[in-house]
Write a protein of this length. Structure first.
Lengths: 496, 95
């Protein structure tokens, strides 16, 4: 029997399962033990060992019959934003305390149909609103990485912070994430793992608790690019239950990983060279460009002139959609209802329920959204932001039309910061974490974060590649070439 | 554009979130920080640009206009904080 089964990649585990060198039950037990020993990371917030063991046994039976899709028997963590039938699914919010869905999200159903195993639900920012996992009702998830010998707890990023922490600490072989402004890519970069947000419409949003419906996309968070290719293939596909889900074929993403990027044109957008960018990030970025050039790609300077306006547009559009989506949490049909005083009517029930149920960041965004959609401001804020969004997308369209195959940028403006370090900063300072990733959501494009180096304190740093719509296969291949060239193999030293 | 306490209270009311009186100044302050950030959008020339309605040029799928699901009263009510006799129960709405 192999050792440290929880440390395997999805591809390694799949191959070992098919050869009969290991069983899904063994893999699952190894992961359950790792989860059990990692309470200090606070990554898993609802544990489902009974489900995991049953799914693992079923997967082993399937594999024995020779019917084994790539994800069959692979133990995963599932972000708390995904509705999982009969299992708490509360988007890390008090307002969904006790909620047990009567249905399964399409993405998790697709994974289970492929034979995947669910170990439990993962920590996140409340309603996916945050960049540090500090808005969660479960408390902070913690990054397994530390700054050298400094014991200060660092953020795993957000909003998919539990997913990132769990994958980086080898508690599971892969995890689901969701990304509205960078919530897969930023935590992936902060924890030295790979995460891809596919093209808008590639994964069904059905059964995923909605934050901003025109921006939300699910994607995999994994240890390698190959694993992302395998897991994304199992997650996506057309779903009649989501009218924005694309009815187009899903290619075999893994088969497209040749590592050959000769002749590909990689754009370097000058507007992403932010003032005050740390020298380490600057160097990481130019090293990444050199690696792709050495692999035979053409590196081309490009301009995406409206980049500066992406964050302000996002902080109109996302709160506006959130205020609408979160109107459903009213204490009537599911979740928390406030205790009412004598004489309280239905309005008091709504107001008290939402004040108790939503944390401060969620309240803030719902109210900003309410304001920008209110009579008299709709045109000045919301419609203007949607116009700017059209211009941001046009910038990308023009770059791709001029022959650019992918765009290389930093994934984040810094390495992981300390939990609590941003507490006194104003909300906008926290929003700046998404400066390199948010454009991709506004334009509906696929984007992937790949770890390519360490900073001076030993923390992982990642680069982002942005691809053409629906060309995740090509994007993954470019990311694969970057991964091969960077040779990032560092792992956090175990302290938990 | 500056948000005063009255506007902050009005927005909280519209959002159906109870905000205590003494929390309004801090809230108004945060709104102003965020709206100040958003103000940058006024620098952009959006003349002749249509507001985006769909990020991918796709036509939304339509399904047959038929009943596709139903008879799930127990499942629908299973998560209700207060369900009685097959209904969601709420405080008195009509005097």
């Amino acid at each position: 029997m192999m050792t440290d089964l929880n440390k395997l990649t999805i591809a390694e585990a799949r191959d070992a399962l098919r050869k009969g060198d290991v069983t899904s039950v063994e893999l699952t037990e190894a992961c359950l033990a790792a989860v059990e020993g990692a309470g200090a990371l606070n990554a898993f917030v609802h544990h489902t060992p009974e489900i995991a063991r049953a799914q693992a046994a079923a997967a082993d039976a399937r594999i024995a019959k020779g019917d084994a899709p790539a994800m069959c028997g692979i133990p995963l963590g599932i972000k708390d934003l995904f509705c999982t039938k009969g299992v708490p699914s509360q988007a890390a919010s008090r307002i969904l305390q006790g909620f047990r869905p009567e249905y399964e999200s399409t993405v998790t159903q697709n994974l289970f149909d492929a034979g995947a195993v669910m170990l439990g639900k993962l920590n996140m920012d409340e309603f996916a609103m945050g960049s540090s996992n500090e808005t969660s009702c479960y408390g902070n998830a913690v990054n397994p990485w530390r700054r050298g010998n400094d014991e200060a707890a660092l953020t795993p990023g957000g909003s998919s912070g539990g997913s990132a922490s769990a994958v980086a600490a080898d508690l599971c072989l892969g995890a689901t994430g969701t990304d509205t402004g960078g919530s897969i890519r930023q935590p992936a970069a902060f924890t030295g793992i790979t995460g891809i947000k596919p093209t808008y419409g590639r994964c069904s949003r059905w059964g995923i608790v909605a934050f901003a419906s025109s921006l939300d996309q699910a994607g995999p968070m994994t240890k390698t690019v190959r694993d992302s290719a395998i897991m994304l293939g199992a997650m996506c596909g057309h779903d009649p239950k989501d009218s924005t889900s694309a009815d187009i074929p899903v290619p075999d993403f893994e088969a497209l990983l040749t590592g050959d990027i000769r002749g590909k044109v990689i754009g370097i957008p000058r507007e992403y060279r932010m003032e005050g960018m740390p020298a380490e990030i600057e160097k990481l970025w130019s090293d990444g460009a050199d690696m792709l050039r050495a692999a035979g790609a053409e590196i081309r300077d490009i301009s995406l002139p409206h980049t500066k306006y992406a964050l302000p547009a996002y902080y109109v559009i996302a709160p506006a959609e959130a205020s609408s989506n979160l109107a459903r949490y009213d204490g009537v049909r599911y979740g928390h209802r406030a205790k009412l005083s004598q004489g309280d009517g239905i309005t008091e029930m709504y107001e008290k329920t939402r004040a108790e149920g939503f944390g401060s960041e969620v309240q803030r965004r719902v109210m900003v959204g309410t304001y920008v959609l209110s009579a008299g401001f709709y045109d000045a804020y919301y419609n203007r932001a949607r116009r700017v969004r059209a211009l941001i997308k046009r910038d990308f369209d023009e770059a791709f039309a001029a022959g650019v195959d992918a765009i290389l940028t930093p994934a984040t403006p810094s390495a992981a910061f300390g939990l609590g370090e941003m507490t006194d900063a104003d909300p906008v300072q926290m929003y700046l974490n998404d400066v390199f990733t948010v454009t991709v959501n506004l334009a509906g494009l696929p984007g992937i974060a790949v770890p390519t180096g360490l900073d001076g304190k030993g923390l992982p740093l990642g680069l982002q590649l942005i691809g053409r719509p629906w060309e995740e296969g090509d994007l993954l291949n470019t990311a694969y070439a970057l991964e091969q060239a960077a040779g990032f193999v560092a792992k956090p030293a175990k302290w938990w | 554009m500056s948000i005063d306490l009255e506007t902050a209270a009005k927005v909280a009311k519209l959002a159906r979130i109870a905000v205590p009186q003494d929390a309004l100044p801090a809230l108004a302050n945060e709104f102003n920080t965020i709206l100040g950030f958003i103000e940058q959008l006024n620098e952009v020339d959006v003349e002749g640009v249509e507001p985006m309605t769909s990020v991918t040029p796709m036509r939304l799928k339509r399904r047959e206009d038929v009943v596709s699901d139903g008879n799930q009263q127990a499942a629908v009510l299973s998560n209700a904080p207060d369900a009685r006799e097959g209904f969601f129960a709420v405080p008195k709405v009509v005097e």
